[in-house]
Ligand binder design. Structure first.
Ligand code: DGL
Length: 267
């Protein structure tokens, strides 16, 4: 039987966005193995209510648990912001979401305490980033902007070019008079639009991909619990989706290389 430390890390999202998190986990811990689930058939999650998000999360957590994961990463900003505590109760393994690492990174990056958050409508409505930032720095100002067209753009593979630039410019214009010097990407799809977002922002504004801080925190948690993989085998990641294979595979191959392809499963 496999040592628990050698088991894979479960990562999930509504679709391809969580791949931006998986890539940072692999960059921080190249020996770790990932089992990924993307719910492409039911994406986007951004406008769904908490009960439905909890139902979907329960199915995904059960699926990944059956794969024997040693830890879970909620690589979806919306689930992390709206129902993280509910999802945390669905599992016994260590679990981490996107909000805390992102907020910590934004607070480290800002000098003025004026922070922009770009996220899905559901995440913005939850107020989770604002609450987490205010709890750590009560004098901070948070400017959250819902960007509903970003997820479909990414799922379509339109990361750059005129359309991405135009849409980014339109959303980012809401931050124009905010004086924000750090902008947190509160949805895991958005790092794939980082170029368009950076272009739309004034120079010198830090754009924060929370996945980098998340991977670092996860490494700390695994080390603390003696769960870092030790067998020295070259990892083979597994990618599962509920549908939309062609589009998912295109982005998967771009991030993880040609040898990978997703498997459609019913959960
Ligand atoms: N990647 C998800 C997030 O971080 C996308 C949400 C959606 O599917 O609308 O919020």
């Amino acid at each position: 039987m496999r040592n628990r430390a050698d088991a894979p890390i479960g990562v999930f999202d509504s679709g391809v966005g969580g791949l931006t998190v998986a890539r940072q986990i692999v960059a921080a811990m190249p020996h770790e193995e990932i089992v990924y689930f993307g719910d492409c058939l039911r994406a986007p999650y951004g406008d769904r209510g908490p009960e439905q998000l909890a139902d979907f999360s329960r199915q995904i957590v059960d699926f990944l648990t059956a794969k024997g994961v040693k830890a879970l990463v909620v690589a979806c900003g919306t689930i992390s912001a709206r129902i993280f505590e509910t999802v945390a109760q669905m599992t016994d393994v260590p679990i981490i979401g996107m909000v805390k690492p992102g907020v910590d990174a934004a607070l480290t990056a800002t000098k003025t305490g004026r922070i922009g958050v770009l996220a899905t409508a559901g995440t913005v409505a939850s107020g989770a980033h604002k609450a987490a930032i205010s709890a750590k720095r009560p004098d901070a100002n948070v400017f959250a902007v819902a960007c509903p067209l970003f997820v479909p753009l990414v799922e379509e593979g339109w990361f750059d070019g005129d359309v991405a630039d135009l849409v980014a410019k339109k959303y980012v214009s809401a931050l124009e008079n905010s004086g924000a010097d750090a902008v947190l990407l509160g949805c895991t799809h958005y790092p794939l639009l980082a170029c368009a977002i950076e272009k739309a922002l004034p120079p010198g504004v830090a754009v924060i991909d929370p996945a980098i801080a998340l991977a670092d925190s996860l490494k700390g948690i695994l080390a603390e619990q003696n769960l870092l993989r030790e067998d020295g085998e070259k990892p083979t990641h597994q990618f599962y989706i509920s549908g939309g294979k062609e589009k998912f595979d295109g982005i998967l191959k771009m991030i993880f290389g040609q040898k990978y392809e997703a498997k459609i499963v019913k959960i």
